[in-house]
Design a protein around this ligand. Structure first.
Ligand SMILES: Cc1cc2nc3c(=O)[nH]c(=O)nc-3n(C[C@H](O)[C@H](O)[C@H](O)COP(=O)(O)OP(=O)(O)OC[C@H]3O[C@@H](n4cnc5c(N)ncnc54)[C@H](O)[C@@H]3O)c2cc1C
Length: 458
């Protein structure tokens, strides 16, 4: 018997899972509390997304996301490129220098998250097996005899044998049906503003592929290039750093970004225009959940409902799509084997996802310690202090002198190698050789902390 499937949530996780399932012959009802995306991409900035405020935050779509998209939803990848998103190779530290031997998987997609959702939605809306209910909230789920039987929406029970919970980090169901194995504050508040280059101006150079990153002293900042000549600038600060708290206000944010030499070519008079106000995002956590023996069969959390990691690493959409593929493949192989489906997701989460969650927690703790020490005025050796040794940020810098280190770091950052892949002895040996030859990680970049504080204060 074909199971009745409800997908809760129309973010990246929900849309991609629903799309893959309908294309494997399963009728799917998707329930999303926010309104439908606009028909015309040009109207994206006016799309209200209170259910997923991170849509207005800077995004990049890593190599794993692009690889899975091209394997399983190639039409969506093509549609994105046709509508202004760009594939950008990270295979070499010299932007655009990738030759025919470059690792193709090391390519990211430059796009706003809203554009990715728009393209996924467009594809899903064309599928005859998909019923899309926008503007509809799931209140709670119903189960009987250890099996899920449906979800409650206004107007009654929506019956289902399988409920895919793609309701994000504030999913209304995850707390009741899963156990939080880990929950650790990311230790950062993001403030982001979107802009668009004006017609006719040439795109200024980016430092690394799709981004210009600033490893500030006591803060971090980045410029991410998106689709259709749009870009976002974000500044991250410690949650308890009251001196930078006013970054949440557009006037103070504008004063702050003006003191970054890295952003000047983008923000100079006649180059770009802001698309909206600054959007702050606080209260972010690394969380890892798991199914328990009490979880009703047929309930499956995916995406942020299952695990969140610090957005600084840009992993969320890749993880969500990997899980969407796993759920669709497993259901297709054995549509009635609900214990097998729960087992497959649980095994994947423990084996592959949990090490990434732990990696994120470790890196966050290292960054918090570094920022606190920098604000306190300690003299630190730059990036090398972040996680006390071999990490992808140090390897990327070293990789500017050693292609093997560059690729190892990029394969790690892009989730193409396992979370522990940087622990290989040969990488340490190559790094040691560079250090012995006098190379050192750069100290912090960008304006001094005091200059940013002064700019924010006006
Ligand atoms: C600041 C920031 C920057 C980020 N940057 C990146 C990045 O660069 N790259 C990357 O890959 N990831 C990034 N992420 C993470 C990424 O956005 C998500 O992890 C990823 O898109 C998966 O999200 P999701 O679909 O699981 O959840 P969400 O995007 O949260 O979607 C959940 C959906 O469920 C809906 N919903 C919730 N409750 C209900 C309900 N009761 N009834 C009906 N609908 C409901 C919501 O409206 C929402 O649309 C970032 C996140 C943040 C916060």
């Amino acid at each position: 018997m074909t199971p009745r499937i409800v997908v809760l949530g129309g973010g990246v996780a929900g849309l991609s899972t629903a799309l893959l399932l309908t294309r494997r012959g399963f009728p799917v009802t998707l329930v999303e509390r926010d309104p439908e995306p606009p028909a015309d991409l040009a109207d994206l900035a006016g799309w209200k997304r209170p259910g997923a405020p991170q849509v207005r935050q800077l995004h990049t779509f890593l190599g794993l996301f692009r690889t899975r998209l091209r394997e399983h939803l190639p039409d969506v990848h093509a549609d994105l490129l046709a509508h202004g998103a760009e594939d950008i190779s990270m295979a070499s530290p010299r932007a655009g220098a990738a030759d025919g031997t470059a690792d193709e998987a090391l390519t990211v997609i430059a796009s706003r998250r809203g554009t990715v959702e728009w393209a996924l939605h467009r594809a899903l809306a064309r599928e005859p097996g998909a019923e899309l209910r926008y503007g509809t909230s799931v209140r709670r789920a119903e189960s009987e005899g250890g099996r899920i039987t449906g979800v409650h929406v206004r107007g009654g029970l929506l019956e289902a044998d399988v409920v895919i919970d793609a309701g994000g980090r504030r999913s209304p169901l995850a707390e009741d049906f899963t156990e939080a194995v880990g929950e650790v504050d990311c230790g950062v508040v993001y403030n982001t503003r979107f802009y668009q280059l004006l017609d006719g101006v040439e795109r200024p150079p980016l430092h690394r592929g799709v981004t210009t990153m600033v490893a500030g002293s006591g803060f971090g900042a980045g410029l991410f290039y998106h689709d259709n000549r749009t870009f976002a600038i974000g500044i991250g600060r410690l949650p308890e750093d009251n001196a930078l708290k006013a970054l949440r206000e557009t006037a103070a944010f504008d004063q702050a970004v003006a003191v970054f030499p890295e952003f000047a070519p983008w923000l100079a008079e006649g180059m770009s225009r802001p698309l909206d106000e600054v959007v702050p995002m606080a209260g972010l956590k690394n969380t890892f959940r798991r199914l328990t023996p009490e979880t009703p069969l047929g309930y499956l959390p995916v995406g942020d409902a299952l695990c969140t990691t610090d957005p600084a690493f840009g992993r969320g959409a890749s993880v969500a799509l990997a899980e969407a593929v796993l759920v669709a493949d497993t259901l297709q192989r054995a549509p009635e084997d609900l214990p097998g489906l729960a087992g497959a997701l649980g095994e994947f989460a423990e084996r592959w996802l949990r090490p990434w969650y732990e990696d994120s927690v470790r890196a966050d703790l290292g960054r918090t310690a570094l920022w606190e020490a920098e604000i306190a005025g300690a003299d630190l050796p730059g990036l090398g202090a972040v996680a006390g040794g071999v990490n992808s940020f140090v390897l990327l810098e070293a990789g500017e002198h050693d292609q093997v280190l560059w690729e190892a770091a990029q394969r790690h950052i892009n989730l193409l190698d396992p979370a522990d892949s940087l622990e290989r002895p040969e990488l340490k040996e190559r790094l040691d050789a560079l250090l012995a030859a006098g190379w050192r990680p750069r100290p912090a970049t960008g304006p001094a902390y005091g200059d940013v504080v002064a700019a924010v204060a006006g």
